[in-house]
Design a protein around this ligand. Structure first.
Ligand code: NOJ
Length: 745
């Protein structure tokens, strides 16, 4: 297996790594099935049910390291009553548990250890939403590869990642864990992460889990765990494609989501778990519940008690129970009562054992528990370099009036102000796993290091992220007045996004905007550096601050990455994976919306719009500036008509018209003008990130085929329909050139 170290990556910036190292080896299904059956034949019913039981190791929800194996767990393992642990980590301690399974349980079936490795194990990479802003799936793959390497070295076999939920509502805190609002970008990113984690299933890879199946991101009002009620068409065309892409990339497990869809909780949803996932898509892996999502069907009001919940979930196709303990308590009884069939139990056990075989655990149960690897592979220079490279490319330049950025390296005094400027905790973002604050470079540290005493750095916090006190304002203003430029670090704290962190407002929390006004009033040049896990509404900031850089939560190397971008060593190239609204009241606002019968028209009151807002969002999907500028010209189609068997070549000339070399994400959208069901105003169908030297022009070409034009039609068939289409190419979803073509029979 050949890896490309991150420092070399910068040289091969735009080369896809995808096929170079992440290839699932051929799985000899026949041979594995025979071995699985030979184990199954020896198992008692109790032991079978044990394989379907996953419990959290340790106290509470968080990962637990360095505790002696508690008696309760040791006993369960000895008796074969548990197939998997989540949250047990460390080569040594997972090894201890594995030893009990291997030495003291009757059948010596190895345990599988799962963990939420979402954007890093110890070295953190940008949160997935930030990573999606690179529009470089190869970087998501690279980051997943390193995350896997660290986790696998600490005894982990399986990550509950990637999260491939589409999120159209930024109030939902978990938008941070996914790739944003678009099914196409989300599919590419999700698939890349699966490839990165699973690689070629070596002992430095981990099994991926596509979650949360399904439509968890469509929670009403963006409130976590909330009800979802969408049509089957929207489910299939918007929410399911990234799951299918993850499956096609080889994802071996899926996680059922907490939510209901149209009255049916996912954990008991046969249509999702069986009919679509297994029958339609041919999934061979296993499905795990979310944390107690089986038990939560009681609160959903779908079952009276845990026994009924276990029956419903199991018969719907949910193989492994994470922490409701419904399977361990009731499956045996349910079999006796003939409510569950032993054949179905056998099928689920087969699926779980198959993964354990695929991971090589039957052949070498301790292959992931080697202390030397843990010392060598975690947080080494190569991983940190990779994190830095991804971080730089995840930043989105939202505004740069007058070319304020990049900053001159000759500035005498720089004021670094704001509640996120010196934070080492927040840049890690939520779900940071073992990522520790002391390993993070804050923005302040990064700038200090970068300027290397050539500039004087003045720091002032100014205010808390979410406080009311303005006591720090005067000191901040004093420092600002002494500076040649001000870097103002604003945003959310790490735990304002992620699970259970939905917000009802997308404004900057606390008194941060007021601080910004005071700093702005000094008349000095101000650059706002944002850290946040979701699109924000940036009204006053956007109207007044000349330069704004969105950095999401960029992980361990945040400060280094920010410094490199602010001073122009790296020219920002990120693009928004989710629309930024003007106000919270504008959400959900997403680019691939429908036209309605009365498309919004500012000149006509009786059209679909808000009378107190412009039609457009603050920053559209796909938006992001560079220190240079690009001009799009000569959008051409090689034909005005194609049949279903022909392809269409779309080309557009892109020229670097500015003063710097730079990268641009050239985006291709399509609109199906008339359909048997209404169609979105635009759908992303392709993109290419290209590097253009100053003054350079390139012709970028895309190929479209009939397959790209398919959707769930009125007859519920996934197909294209003949007729007229528009093609758009441009720098973001709103700023595009257009052309037309016809798809004929
Ligand atoms: C609940 C979350 O919804 C899920 O994403 C996570 O994998 C599990 N808890 C396990 O921590």
């Amino acid at each position: 297996m050949k890896y490309i170290p991150a420092f070399i990556l910068s040289l091969f910036l735009l080369t896809s790594l995808s096929n170079s190292y992440a290839q699932l080896p051929h799985i000899n299904e026949k041979q594995i099935a025979a071995r699985v059956d030979s184990v199954l034949a020896l198992m008692t019913l109790d032991e079978k049910i044990g394989q379907l039981n996953q419990i959290s190791y340790g106290i509470g929800w968080g990962p637990t390291v360095k505790v002696a194996v508690p008696g309760e767990y040791a006993q369960m393992v000895r008796e074969g009553k548990v197939g998997s642990f989540l949250n047990a980590i460390g080569a040594e301690y997972t090894g201890e548990l594995q030893k009990i399974a291997l030495k003291e349980s009757r059948l010596k079936i190895p345990l599988i250890f799962g963990l939420d490795v979402i954007h890093g194990f110890k070295t953190t990479f940008p949160v997935p939403l930030g990573e999606a802003a690179t529009w470089q799936p190869e970087l998501a793959e690279l980051s997943a590869h390193y995350q896997a390497m660290e986790a696998a070295s600490a005894g982990i076999h399986w990550t509950f990642s990637p999260m491939v939920d589409i999120a159209r509502d930024p109030r939902w805190g978990r938008i941070m864990e996914g790739s944003g609002e678009d099914p196409y970008l989300g599919s590419l990113m999700g698939a890349a992460r699966v490839r990165g984690y699973q690689g070629n299933l070596s002992d430095l890879n981990i099994i991926a889990c596509a979650k949360h199946y399904a439509a968890y991101g469509a929670a009403e009002a963006g409130r976590d765990y909330n009800t979802v009620d969408i049509s089957e068409r929207t489910l299939r065309d918007i929410y399911l494609p990234p799951f299918k892409a993850a499956l096609d990339a080889g994802a071996q497990t899926f996680m059922a989501s907490f939510n209901e869809i149209g009255g049916i909780p996912s954990s008991g949803n046969r249509f999702l778990l069986n009919d679509i996932l297994r029958d339609e898509w041919g999934f061979k892996g296993f499905v795990v519940s979310d944390w107690n999502s089986i038990g939560e069907m009681i609160a959903h009001g779908n079952v009276p008690d845990l026994k009924h919940a276990a029956e419903l979930s199991f018969n719907a196709g949910l193989d492994m129970d994470m922490e409701s303990r419904g399977y361990s308590e009731f499956l045996e009884e349910l079999i006796k009562e003939k409510k569950v069939d032993i054949k179905t139990i056998d099928e689920s056990v087969r699926r779980v054992l198959r993964i354990k075989f695929i991971l090589g655990l039957f052949d070498d149960p301790f292959r992931y528990c080697k202390k030397e690897r843990e010392d060598k592979n975690i947080m080494n220079a190569e991983v940190k370099n990779a994190s830095l490279e991804v971080a730089k490319r995840s930043f989105v330049l939202l505004k740069n009036d007058g070319g304020l950025l990049p900053l001159s390296k000759d500035l005498k005094t720089i004021a670094v102000i704001g509640p996120l400027a010196a934070s080492k905790e927040d840049p890690n973002g939520e779900w940071a796993c073992q990522g520790a604050a002391e390993d993070v470079t804050s923005v302040l540290e990064g700038l200090t290091k970068f300027t290397n005493e050539k500039s004087k750095i003045l720091y002032s916090k100014g205010c808390e992220i979410d406080g009311v006190s303005k006591e720090g304002f005067s000191e901040a203003v004093e420092k600002a007045k002494q500076a040649d430029a001000i870097i103002l670090c604003l945003g959310e704290s790490r735990n304002m996004s992620g699970e259970a962190y939905s917000r009802s407002s997308l404004d900057l929390p606390g008194v941060q905007e007021e601080l910004a006004k005071k700093i702005f009033d000094t008349g000095k040049p101000v650059v706002v550096v944002l850290m946040n896990g979701r699109p924000l509404s940036l009204g006053w900031i956007d109207e007044n601050i000349p330069a704004i850089l969105e950095t999401w939560f960029a992980g361990t190397m945040t400060g280094d990455a920010v410094a490199s971008v602010l001073f122009g060593d790296y020219n920002p190239s990120g693009k928004l994976p989710a629309t930024f609204p003007r106000t919270t009241g504008q959400v959900p606002v997403y680019y691939n919306h429908k036209n309605t019968g009365r498309p919004g028209n500012p000149g006509n009151r009786y059209t679909s719009k808000y009378f107190d807002l412009p039609l457009t969002p603050l920053y559209p999907f796909g938006y992001g500036l560079s220190y240079t500028t690009f001009a799009y010209n000569d959008l051409k189609l090689d034909s005005e008509k194609i049949t279903k068997d022909q392809s269409l070549t779309v080309s557009v000339k892109v020229k670097n018209t500015g003063r710097y070399d730079g990268e641009e994400v050239v985006q291709l959208y399509v609109q199906d003008l008339v359909g048997s069901v209404t169609r979105p105003v635009k759908e992303l169908k392709g993109f290419q990130k290209i590097l253009l030297k100053r003054g350079e022009e390139k012709t970028v070409t895309f190929t479209l085929t009939e397959k790209d034009l398919r959707f769930t039609a009125a007859d519920m068939k996934f197909k294209s329909e003949p007729g007229m289409f528009k093609v758009y190419a441009g720098t973001n979803s709103a700023d595009v050139k257009e052309a037309k073509f016809e798809l004929t029979e």
